[in-house]
Write a protein that binds this ligand. Structure first.
Ligand code: MG
Length: 236
C-alpha cells in the first residue's frame, strides 16, 4: 500500500543540541508538566521591541499579526524590508533580552502552579542570548529550566510528553507553534496566550486550542481546573 502523506512527515526532528537539553531536564514522570513559551507569554516582547525600535528611529505599526511588514521608519513612515527587520530583531535580542518586563501575573501564577506541576520554559531565543534569558528568568522570579529551541515546537513537546504520565500544558503566542504541538501530541492542553492585547485582537484562537487569552488569571484558572479534574489536587 502506498504511504499516504501526513503532516507528521514534514515535522522537524529534534536536533542534537535540543535533544541534549531535553535529556538533561530533571523530570518527574508522575508530575504534570507546564511548557511555556517566553516571548509574549511571560516576557513583554512587543512592548520591549517598541522601546528598542523608538530608540533606533523606527516604530511598530501593528496592522497585522506579524512584525515583518509592520516596522516603519520614524522619519518617512516607509516600511522596513524583511531582511532589515531580521537584522533589527537580532540586534534587539542582543541588546534588550534582559531589559524586557515580565508579563503581569506570570511569576505568581507559575509559582502557585509549581506546587503541583513541573515547569519548563521552551523559547526560540537565539542561542547567543540563552544565558541572558536564563538570568532574566531568575531575576523575575521564574527560575525554571530553559530550553533554547529553534523552529516549530512540536518535536520538543512530543519528546517531553513521552516522559510524562500526567497532564501536559503548552502555552505559546504563535499559531504555528501551537499547530506543531497539536499535530504531534494528541492530548496536550493548548493555551494560545498573547500578552499584548493589541496583538491578541489581530488574531483569533489557533485551531484546536483550549484557551485564547491575554492574561495569567485566566490561564492559571484553566490549568488549575484541568489539574483538579485530572485528580492532581492542590497542595494543602
Ligand atoms: Mg512567543
Amino acid at each position: 500500500m502506498p504511504k499516504t502523506f501526513s503532516p507528521k512527515d514534514i515535522q522537524p526532528v529534534l536536533t542534537g543540541d535540543i535533544r541534549a537539553q531535553l535529556e538533561a531536564l530533571p523530570l518527574q514522570a508522575d508530575r504534570p508538566l507546564i511548557v511555556t513559551d517566553a516571548d509574549e507569554v511571560i516576557a513583554q516582547f512587543i512592548a520591549g521591541l517598541e522601546i528598542f525600535l523608538t530608540r533606533n528611529g523606527f516604530w511598530l505599526d501593528l496592522q497585522s499579526f506579524a512584525i515583518s511588514g509592520n516596522v516603519k521608519r520614524a522619519d518617512d513612515h516607509s516600511v522596513v524590508e524583511r531582511a532589515e527587520v531580521q537584522e533589527l530583531l537580532a540586534h534587539f535580542f542582543a541588546t534588550d533580552t534582559e531589559n524586557l518586563l515580565p508579563v503581569p501575573g506570570a511569576a505568581d501564577a507559575l509559582a502557585a502552579l509549581s506546587t503541583r506541576t513541573q515547569i519548563i520554559v521552551l523559547s526560540n531565543v537565539p542561542q547567543p542570548q540563552r544565558a541572558a534569558r536564563q538570568r532574566w528568568l531568575r531575576q523575575h522570579g521564574m527560575d525554571y529550566p530553559l530550553i533554547a529551541n529553534s523552529g516549530p515546537k512540536g518535536a520538543a513537546v512530543q519528546h517531553l510528553r513521552s516522559k510524562i504520565a500526567a497532564p501536559v500544558f503548552f502555552l505559546d503566542d504563535l499559531p504555528p507553534n501551537l499547530t506543531s504541538v497539536s499535530e504531534l501530541v494528541d492530548d496536550a492542553h493548548l493555551l494560545h496566550f498573547i500578552a499584548d492585547s493589541r496583538l491578541a485582537a489581530l488574531i483569533g484562537p489557533a485551531p484546536g486550542c483550549h484557551l485564547h487569552t491575554t492574561n495569567w488569571d485566566e490561564a492559571h484558572d484553566y490549568i488549575a481546573k484541568a489539574l483538579d479534574m485530572a485528580g492532581f489536587a492542590a497542595a494543602g
